[in-house]
Write a protein that binds this ligand. Structure first.
Ligand code: AMP
Ligand code: FE
Ligand code: FE
Ligand code: ZN
Length: 281
């Protein structure tokens, strides 16, 4: 059997592995295909593609885009997108500026709480264009201001904690359109963590292509529930570990082994999407 992991992060967002390290771990776990899904960026894809080629792994381009529908946050996985699509690059570029400003705002709130963290310390640790809360947490630990990443989230960074700053999100419907016009397919990430099943019919109506039925934090019952929903709404089935490297204690890569048939179906849908964009003359 051939297997894939279609949800992975590198240090181009809040993962700790470089693309080369991530590919090497995938190789060690015997993965036939890997997708890179960094938060709001496709920057790591070129290096990941090269690293996968070296390791004999099929690479699927991707990103995890932050979106919202009726005030509910969700993450949309964009797969098989054209990495040079101008509209996509412009939109993720906007997201990255928002993320950088949000870091400054979180640091300002920490400073108001007499936590003397500097924004530059966060940017130095993040060392990427798409920084997020895990980088703030790491900076707090490194500066000796928190004992652990968990403590940083619990005290300051979780939703509605004192240094939490809401994040700008694109509408899910616009995001689906953005992904489609970039030749890709849009999949709702970890629906079992969102627990907002009521939005799935609307998203399906708007052209959502798939559901991430398998995820490292989905129980078997949860996976089965979303397999049923995918079937009901005619959606593709995907899965991935959501590995962030050493961020959350142990690396999660290897915990999800998506049967390769789902990768075939994903690629076929993306090919259909691209054919729609460029009708034969
Ligand atoms: P952001 O994109 O800046 O809102 O940060 C979200 C990321 O923070 C997620 O992708 C996780 O990697 C991480 N995260 C969220 N909540 C926690 C938590 N309670 N503990 C550790 N990491 C978390
Ligand atoms: Fe993350
Ligand atoms: Fe996510
Ligand atoms: Zn993720």
């Amino acid at each position: 059997m051939m297997f894939a992991d279609l949800h992975l992060h590198t240090n181009f967002s809040d993962g700790t592995y470089t693309p080369e390290e991530l590919a090497a771990h995938g190789h060690r776990h015997g993965l036939a295909a890997m997708a890179l899904t960094d938060h709001d960026t496709v920057e790591g894809c070129e290096r990941m593609a090269a690293a996968c080629e070296t390791d004999g792994i099929e690479f699927i381009s991707g990103a995890e885009l932050t979106a919202e529908i009726r005030g509910i946050e969700l993450h949309l996985l964009a797969y098989c997108v054209d990495l040079h699509n101008q509209k996509l690059l412009m939109e993720v570029g906007r997201f990255q500026l928002v993320r950088q400003n949000r870091i400054r705002e979180m640091v300002a709130r920490l400073n108001e709480l007499n936590v003397p963290l500097q924004a530059d310390a966060v940017f130095a640790i993040a060392n990427c264009r798409s920084p997020g809360r895990p980088h703030v947490a790491r900076a707090l630990v490194q500066a000796g201001l928190c004992g652990s990443l968990d403590e940083a989230f619990e005290r300051f960074l979780k939703v509605n904690r004192p240094a939490w700053v809401p994040k700008f999100k694109m509408s899910a419907l616009d995001t689906i359109t953005l992904v489609h016009q970039a030749g890709g397919v849009a999949v709702m990430a970890h629906p079992g963590l969102n627990r907002t099943d009521e939005i799935i019919p609307e998203l399906a109506q708007a052209g959502l292509d798939g559901l991430e039925c398998f995820h490292s934090r989905h129980s078997t019952a949860t996976s089965n529930h979303y397999l049923q929903m995918a079937d009901e709404f005619g959606l593709l089935v995907t899965g991935g570990s959501d590995c962030h490297g050493m961020n959350k204690g142990r690396p999660l890569i290897g915990s999800i082994k998506l049967p390769y048939q789902h990768v075939e179906a994903l690629k076929a849908k993306a090919a259909q999407q691209r054919a729609k964009l460029a009708p034969p003359v």
